[in-house]
Design a protein around this ligand. Structure first.
Ligand SMILES: [Zn+2]
Length: 280
């Protein structure tokens, strides 16, 4: 073999090995993926330290395909699951996840609900060897450089019988340096206004719009307190509730907020280095 060829071959190998090393030490971004799981919510978060969080699981086992796309095939552990409230379009997929993954930590409200899915959820979390916590405003979930603030419910709702659990949804704000996300679950305008009235700091770059873009949610008081650049709506294509409603799209448009919809775009991945965000 020609000497020059061997030399350039070795040089290329050297460049490749440095590229691999650089890739390993390069800081990883935060990824927040709003899955297109039909009518419901399922949001997967992977932190720069590879801490994996799932907020709600959507209405079916489609969540398993979505997780398989994002997680390594050998990775069967999820660090944290947050169930915002125990309605079908949020809890059903999580039941499938609990059956197939080891879940280290679970945060939910403990509110009562009389459905077969609810009973299955309770049975599974009792059998799962995980750390289960009841969410309440003021709590913080910290994972090295990233943390969640629980803003709502204002009090412990464990074993409480509440007619409409939409308004019991966990509201959480995710903070990574200068970037933040606000997750509203399915709460209505009455709860949004309570948060604003209580002077809770809501300012966030990305807003997960409440209740799939239903006109029951997204008040102007909320938008003026959050001032988001991006609003994400998780709704199923041609869903039977006609979510998102035009009233909500209009108000978001009036405030100049960029709207991203799972029913139009499929999975929406928001990536951040802690100072900027970009959407994939
Ligand atoms: Zn819902």
């Amino acid at each position: 073999m020609d000497k020059n060829f061997i030399l350039s071959f070795l040089l290329i190998c050297n460049i490749f090995s440095w590229l691999i090393v650089c890739d390993l030490i390069k800081p990883q971004p935060l990824e927040v993926i709003f899955f297109d799981i039909g009518q419901g919510d399922a949001i997967f978060i992977e932190t720069p330290q590879n801490y994996q969080i799932l907020i709600d699981g959507g209405p079916s086992s489609i969540i398993l395909e979505k997780l398989a796309q994002e997680m390594d095939f050998w990775d069967k552990t999820i660090d944290l699951i947050i169930l915002t409230h125990p309605e079908h379009d949020h809890i059903a997929g999580l039941i499938e996840v609990l059956k197939r993954y080891n879940v280290e930590n679970i945060v939910w409200t403990g509110v009562l609900r009389d459905t077969a899915e609810y009973k299955e959820w309770v049975r599974l979390i009792e059998n799962e060897d995980s750390n289960v916590k009841i969410a309440e405003a003021g709590q913080k979930i910290i994972t090295s450089r990233i943390f969640f603030e629980i803003l709502y419910p204002f009090e412990n709702l464990e074993r409480q019988n509440i007619k409409n659990t939409n308004n019991t949804s966990i509201i959480a704000r995710l903070i990574f340096n200068n970037i933040s996300f606000l997750f509203l679950g399915d709460v209505y305008k009455s709860i949004e206004r309570k948060l604003v009235k209580e002077n809770i700091y809501l300012d966030s770059n990305v807003l997960k719009v409440g209740h799939h873009g239903s006109k029951t949610s997204t008040s102007k008081e909320l938008l003026e307190a959050v001032v988001p650049e991006i609003a994400v709506i998780s709704a199923g294509k041609d869903n039977r509730y006609s979510h998102p409603h035009n009233e909500v799209l209009d108000i978001l448009n009036d405030y100049g907020i960029k709207v991203l919809r799972t029913d139009e775009l499929g999975d929406i991945k928001v990536i951040s280095d802690g100072n900027n965000i970009r959407v994939q």
